[in-house]
Design a protein around this ligand. Structure first.
Ligand code: PLP
Length: 343
């Protein structure tokens, strides 16, 4: 069987998760009648110290529903230049909500509050676009699983809010940041007006994100979810997978982090131009292959021939993501395959 490290979204629901899905009490969630969905939304909101939550089929939709409650058409959202919201949601903020964006540059996606604070221009009308929200991605996917320092988040949030600018967290992998740093989830809740979290990445659920905010904003988000065609019926089946993921799959993320680190150390020992193991903070290993003379596409193709799937995300940038269907033996095998391909 191939070892699939293209993403942490490739996992199979475990037997226990499947049993939880089968046993879930359900109801029509458009009527607010699904007890498993309601309890999941309340549970995740409580974890982050937020007032309310709403189940969303995807992280992209959760992000988009939330930022549209913060930023009106023609206003501006600031985010980092490789953030998922601006690189991988296909312009949804502009297409559906009339949101304009500007981005700041960073190394590895690592937040320095000075960058967005220097860009921000609140109440800029009628000549310039007014900044009304800033989005932070934690961990940063295309930055290589980078953890945002909580001190920097706090500094940005306090300065931005003092200027009347709202804060959004794309927390698709906030669980990884939480496990790696020990920062309580409720601490993140303090610094953001809206948060999206995914259950279908490292936590291993087949589907599901939760949009979090105040009761008022979530009531608005519920209307927009329905308007976009995202009002779903007996989705307690999916919410049950989310409950199971929260019960069993948070703390084990530390194993994914350890395996990612092991890969990074082994590859750096082979060729230290490819990766700095200190930059591997969570479950994502970003490989810069420029100095090896192999393109990322060739690297991915050659690994695939050997039974290892990785993503080629740029000309010379390849990405591996560890997850709950990847064990120690596969980790050793993956390292051996990559060393062979790089020789
Ligand atoms: C940081 C980040 N945010 C949001 C998303 C969107 O999640 P989905 O694929 O469920 O739309 C992803 C997906 O990989 C992501 O990495």
């Amino acid at each position: 069987m191939a070892i699939d490290l293209r993403s942490d979204t490739v996992t199979q629901p475990s037997q226990g998760m499947r049993e939880a899905i089968a046993a879930a009490p359900v109801g029509d969630d458009v009527y607010g009648d699904d007890p498993t969905v309601n309890s999941l939304e309340e549970r995740v909101a409580a974890l982050f110290g937020m007032e309310a939550g709403l189940f969303s089929p995807t992280g992209s939709l959760a992000n988009q529903l939330l930022i549209r409650t913060l930023v009106k058409p023609g206003e501006e959202l600031l985010t980092e230049e490789r953030a998922h919201i601006v690189r991988a949601e296909l312009g949804a903020g502009a297409v559906f909500s009339g949101i304009t964006t500007r981005t700041w540059h960073s190394e590895r996606g690592l937040l320095n509050a000075d960058a967005p604070l220097a860009l921000a221009h609140e109440s800029a009308g009628p000549y310039l676009v007014s900044t009304t929200a800033i989005a932070v991605e934690n961990t940063h996917n295309f930055g290589g699983g980078t953890i945002q320092p909580i001190s920097e988040i706090a500094r940005l949030s306090s300065a931005a809010r003092n200027r009347g600018i709202s804060m959004h967290l794309d927390g698709a992998r906030i669980w990884n940041a939480h496990v790696a740093t020990g920062t309580p989830l409720s601490e993140f809740g303090k610094h953001f007006d809206t948060i999206s979290v995914c259950l279908s990445k490292g936590l291993g659920a087949p589907v599901g994100s939760i949009a979090l905010s105040s009761k008022e904003r979530i009531a608005d988000v519920r209307i927009w979810r329905k308007r976009y065609g995202g009002g779903m019926r007996q989705i307690g089946l999916l919410a049950a997978a989310g409950h199971y993921a929260l019960d069993y799959n948070i703390n084990r993320l530390a194993e994914d982090h350890a395996r990612a680190k092991k890969i990074a150390i082994a590859l750096a020992a082979h060729d230290n131009s490819i990766i700095n193991p200190e930059h591997v903070e969570t479950n994502i290993v970003g490989l810069e292959l420029a100095a090896t003379g192999i393109s990322a596409a060739d690297f991915a193709a050659r690994c695939k021939e050997q039974g290892l799937w990785v993503s080629a995300l740029g000309k010379s940038y390849a990405r591996l993501v560890t997850h709950l269907d990847f064990d120690d033996a596969q980790c050793d095998e993956a390292i051996a395959i990559m060393k062979k391909v790089l020789n």
